[in-house]
Every structure is written in structure tokens, then in C-alpha cells.
Design a protein around this ligand. Structure first.
Ligand code: PHE
Length: 343
């Protein structure tokens, strides 16, 4: 058989092999078989030397044409395989946007902060400003400027977290230093509340924690009386716990108020008859309060003959526990989602 026939045959076989390859490996095998260094077309080209000078140009052209055709077929086939692979990949990775999604787990507002929001609402509605203050506080503001005598028991190492031996810097044991900070910075008359964390060296139990929250409240104006204090606190309690909720005010002592009192709310469990929740008292203590001591006003440069004021400090955990009928303080701090989600 002559080279011309061989060329025609190899050309046809090469084209067919390229066209029918459905896998990358098959195509590569075909490329090697026809176009590779030891491939059939290459072998034929090598035989050109045997041809006569007259035959060579025509046959050479034919051979180049065959090679070009097979190369073009390889190119086409390789593009086709690439396209098919892409198609397969897209199919495999299709996102079905109609499948219902997984709802992302978002947190839940803590019942104590729900209660705080209600408290803020009541006071902001009455024109109070909400203040934020430092938890690391000067003993001067936590005690001295609040008229606490040098021997006051809460100043002791066993009650208070100090940072230094001189007992000058501490974790605030009450939000009351915010009274002083407000008096130093706010124009008169003023109405403020200041919620935040406070710290005392208490063991954890059903009603105690070394860290808890208070909300401080203070009004300074002209002709402010204890009646305003009672009216405001009664309104707060009715808004939190429902109309008709009863309160009682008992005389008490705080160094920075005079007179001072504690306010109890009638027990929500027994309605005042006495039960385990209120330890048989019928009442639950909610806050301390009183008329700001003239000495405290004076220490912050406010003339007690012109201005008067009242202040209170309420336990936020306790308020929330009564608001949401929670029996154990530890539930407030454990943050078990199953608990939190109930509110
Ligand atoms: N700071 C007091 C306490 O922690 C509460 C209080 C605040 C009392 C303001 C009177 C006025 O017990």
C-alpha cells in the first residue's frame, strides 16, 4: 500500500478516535496514538524521505493537511469534554433554593434585662436620664462621699473587693456612687436612674451572689419630699406587677439618706397571708430609699437649704424574680437556654 492510502486511513481513524472519546484519558490515548512522537501520523511523516522528489511536495502537503485535521479534531473533542465536565459539575453542585432553610439559632433576651427595659420605660417616661458608670470605683465615692462613717461594716475587707492595700480602689458594692457622679456632672434639677453590676463578698445561694445588679434612682429639685418618692415607687410597682399591687415602707438606716426606709411588696404567691416564698412574712423586700442626706448634697456643692432630693436603690435580680415568678436566684445567672426561652 502506498503512503497516500496510509495517510487517508490514519487521518480517518484519527478523526474517528478523537470524536468518540468521552473521557479525558481516552482523548489523551488517541492523541498519543496519532499525534505523539511515536504516533502513526508521525511515523508516516518520517517515511516521506523515501519518496521521489516529484512526489514529495504533494504528499507533504497531504500529510500536513491530515495532521492539521486530526489536531483540529483533538481541539474540538477536548473543548467538548471540558464543556461536559463543567455541565456535570454544575449539576452536582446545584442549590435547590426551594428547600426550606435551617432557622439560625438566635439568642433570647434575658428576663432580667426584660425587667430592666420595663423599669427604664417607666422612668424615661417621667423624664429621667439613664446613666452608666464604672464598676471599678473609688472608695471615696462608694463610701466617703456618701457619708459612710470610717467604721461602717461594709468597708471591711471581708465584705468588699479592694484592688489595693490602701483600700482606695474597689469593685463598687452599690450603685449609689452614681448619685455622687451625677451631682458632679449634671445640671440641677436632675432626675436620673443608673443600672449596673455591684459586688459583695457573699457566698452563692438561692438568694445571694457575689455579683448582682442594682438600679439607682435619684431626683434633686426644689421642694422634693418623701411623698414624691413614695408616689414614684408605687407607680413603678404597679407598672411592673399590675394595678393594685400593695407596698409598705419601713423605717431603716442608710448613711446617705435621712430619713431612710425600705420598701416591701406584698408577696405575689400568698397575697400577704405568709408562705415559704416570703418566709411567712407576706411581704418581699425590694429596695432601700430615703431623702438625700444634707451632708451628701453639701459635699457635692449643692445647697441643702435650696435643694432637696430622694434616692433609691433596688435589686434588679429580685425585681425580675418577682416580675417573672422565678424562685431561685441561681437560674438568673446560669443562662440555661431552656430556662431563658420561657420569657
Ligand atoms: N445603696 C443601698 C443598698 O445597696 C440602697 C439605697 C440606695 C438606699 C439609695 C437609699 C438610697 O442597700
Amino acid at each position: 500500500m502506498g503512503i497516500r492510502e496510509d495517510l487517508a486511513r490514519v487521518r480517518e481513524e484519527g478523526l474517528a478516535a478523537m470524536a468518540k472519546a468521552t473521557l479525558g484519558e481516552e482523548l489523551e490515548a488517541a492523541r498519543l496514538k496519532y499525534l505523539g512522537k511515536k504516533g502513526e501520523l508521525t511515523a508516516l511523516l518520517k517515511q516521506m524521505g523515501r519518496l521521489s522528489a516529484e512526489e514529495r511536495p504533494a504528499m507533504g502537503a497531504l500529510a500536513n493537511e491530515a495532521r492539521a485535521a486530526v489536531e483540529a479534531a483533538l481541539e474540538t473533542a477536548s473543548k467538548k469534554l471540558e464543556a461536559a465536565a463543567l455541565e456535570r459539575k454544575l449539576k452536582a453542585e446545584t442549590v435547590d433554593v426551594t428547600i426550606p432553610g435551617k432557622a439560625p439559632k438566635i439568642g433570647h433576651r434575658h428576663p432580667m434585662y426584660l425587667a430592666l427595659d420595663e423599669i427604664k420605660d417607666v422612668f424615661v417616661g417621667m423624664g429621667f436620664t439613664v446613666l452608666d458608670g464604672p464598676e471599678v470605683e473609688l472608695a471615696e465615692l462608694n463610701f466617703d462621699r456618701l457619708n459612710a462613717e470610717e467604721s461602717h461594716p461594709s468597708r471591711d475587707w471581708s465584705d468588699t473587693f479592694y484592688f489595693d492595700r490602701d483600700e482606695r480602689v474597689m469593685l463598687r458594692s452599690q450603685t449609689s456612687p452614681m448619685q455622687v457622679r451625677a451631682m458632679e456632672t449634671m445640671p440641677l434639677p436632675m432626675r436620673i436612674i443608673a443600672p449596673g453590676r455591684v459586688y459583695r463578698k457573699d457566698e452563692v445561694d438561692a438568694t445571694h451572689s457575689p455579683m448582682f445588679h442594682q438600679v439607682e434612682g435619684m431626683v434633686i429639685d426644689k421642694n422634693v419630699t418623701m411623698a414624691d418618692l413614695k408616689g414614684t415607687l408605687n407607680l413603678l410597682v404597679e407598672r411592673l406587677y399590675g394595678a393594685g399591687t400593695k407596698t409598705r415602707f419601713r423605717p431603716h438606716h442608710f448613711p446617705f439618706t435621712e430619713p431612710s426606709c425600705e420598701m416591701d411588696v406584698q408577696c405575689h404567691k400568698c397575697g400577704g397571708a405568709g408562705c415559704p416564698t416570703c418566709k411567712g412574712e407576706g411581704w418581699i423586700e425590694l429596695l432601700g430609699a430615703g431623702m438625700i442626706h444634707p451632708t451628701v448634697l453639701e459635699m457635692s456643692g449643692i445647697d441643702p437649704n435650696v435643694w432637696s432630693g430622694w434616692a433609691f436603690g433596688m435589686g434588679l435580680e429580685r425585681t425580675a424574680m418577682r416580675r417573672f415568678k422565678i424562685a431561685d436566684l441561681r437560674l438568673i445567672f446560669e443562662n440555661d437556654v431552656r430556662f431563658l426561652e420561657q420569657f
